[in-house]
Design a protein around this ligand. Structure first.
Ligand code: MN
Length: 447
């Protein structure tokens, strides 16, 4: 099976002429090179593709027009001079990898570009971001068996895990139109809710708003309809990874989810981080599949590699910052620290399963991993798990606790990969602040 091999671009001793990339703790060292779509904050400039390096963005459109690039015939594909990454994503592994080498050489210490392209670097603090790709389809998986078990216990104490869980990478088709980039405010939704079976449902503002800490996976190369992607080729179809918060209104969800699954409890908003860390950048951080031993896996989801290095060792952190905490100068409170390695299903298995029936994926399609909880009580990725369905409020400061999110709360997701012998890499910000519900469309609220 093809997998990105370790190469020169993973060498931990390589430094960049962008000095901030070399600082200990920088999420974007030379070995990362994530992509985003950005422009200068508060302007009406055209959004364009950039590469994260230290605290800067390398503006690829400006670079392409620069004298240095033209005279040295820099090998940057035309698909990167664009406002979305879709066309570059569609080009496939060979182009992604050669471009990474080019950017690595360009930004490394001793490169002839050092000092030659000052107009091509802008401060991340002076940039704003758009979605990195036009996302035509979004699928949300349910790949953490710990999350599935925790949630199952709340609803079915005797039988928490459905019998299909260990065979099928469960997912539902999500809504792409309401995917927003980090920082966009999240308006508290309203909808049909039935708090008690003793009374009919009514329409009101959700009082059980929750986050879900997930990994986002961007499809690169698509597949033709009716041509499934084999497990051994599946990773060649994945471009990279971001962070994803699948905001969830638990009260709307609880009343609507049977029999067809999530709908309005989920589709009002999903936040993603603006940066995509490529699969090749993640090569040093691969890890074996969870619980490979003793599992029976159907052949289309199984390969030698599936038991070897098909997982990703990626720490995932979720924290909350209330209005009062901000006012009191308190730092955000961590609510969970988990890891993508706990995923029961791997990225390759998600691709193989999604296409086994002939479904066609397209460049820029997004998968959510599902809430990525781990086995420990402090490794949960949603408030519904932290608070046992709201029954056990969690203390977030000396004076405040939460059952579910309140207006003004900011939820931060962050992530990093670290391993001895390699540079630690980060994923950038994935934040959203809850704002109060909009006025109802008419005066008929209530029930
Ligand atoms: Mn989800």
């Amino acid at each position: 099976m093809e997998m990105p091999l370790l190469n020169e671009t993973h060498d931990p001793n390589s430094m960049s002429w962008v000095e901030t990339a070399n600082e200990q703790g920088s999420p974007f060292p030379l070995q990362n090179l994530p992509y985003a779509v950005f422009r200068s904050s508060g302007t009406d400039e055209t959004f364009r593709i950039g590469v994260g390096i230290g605290d800067k963005i390398l503006d690829l459109t400006a670079l392409g027009r620069s004298e240095s690039a033209r005279t040295s015939r820099l090998n940057i594909p035309d698909s990167l001079y664009a406002s979305t990454l879709n066309n570059f994503m569609a080009e496939g592994e060979a182009i992604w990898s050669s471009t990474r080498s080019t950017l690595f050489e360009l930004l490394r210490q001793g490169s002839s570009y050092d000092g030659k392209v000052p107009d091509c670097l802008i401060e991340q603090s002076k940039a704003e971001y758009a979605l990195p790709a036009t996302i035509m389809d979004y699928t949300d998986f349910y790949a953490s068996i710990d999350h599935a078990t925790n949630i199952g216990k709340l609803f079915r104490p005797d039988n928490p895990l459905m019998p299909n869980y260990e065979w099928v990478p469960i997912a539902y088709h999500g809504r792409s139109s309401s995917i927003v980039v980090s920082g966009e405010p999240i308006v508290r939704p309203r909808g049909q809710i039935r708090p008690s079976i003793d009374a009919p449902p009514h329409v009101s503002v959700s009082e059980k708003l929750d986050y879900e800490m997930e990994v986002g996976l961007f499809v690169g190369m698509g597949n033709q309809r009716n041509v499934p992607v084999s497990i051994d080729e599946a990773e060649q179809h994945l471009f990279g990874v971001c962070l994803l918060n699948d905001w969830s209104a638990r009260d709307i969800q609880a009343w609507e989810y049977q029999p067809l699954g999530p709908f309005l409890g989920k589709n009002f908003a999903t936040t993603i981080s603006p940066w995509i860390v490529t699969m090749e950048a993640l090569a040093p951080f691969r890890t074996p599949m969870k619980e490979a031993e003793g599992r029976t896996i159907l052949p289309y989801l199984n390969s030698d590699r599936e038991e070897a290095n098909c997982g990703i060792d990626m720490y995932l952190d979720v924290s909350i910052h209330s209005v009062k905490m901000k006012g009191d100068g308190l730092p955000p409170k961590r609510l969970g620290l988990s890891n993508f390695k706990y995923s029961y299903w791997t990225p390759a298995q998600m691709v193989a399963h999604h296409t086994v029936n002939g479904c066609n994926l397209r460049a820029g399609d997004l998968f959510g991993s599902g809430t990525m909880s781990g086995p420990g009580a402090d490794q949960t990725g949603a408030l519904i798990e932290v608070t046992q369905g709201g029954k056990l409020p969690v203390q977030i400061s000396n004076t405040e606790s939460r059952s579910f999110l309140e207006d003004g709360d900011t939820v931060f997701l962050s992530a990093w990969c670290e391993r001895d012998g390699y540079r630690t890499i980060g994923f950038g910000e994935c934040n959203g602040t809850i704002i109060s519900a909009a006025e109802p469309v008419d005066s008929k609220e209530g029930g």
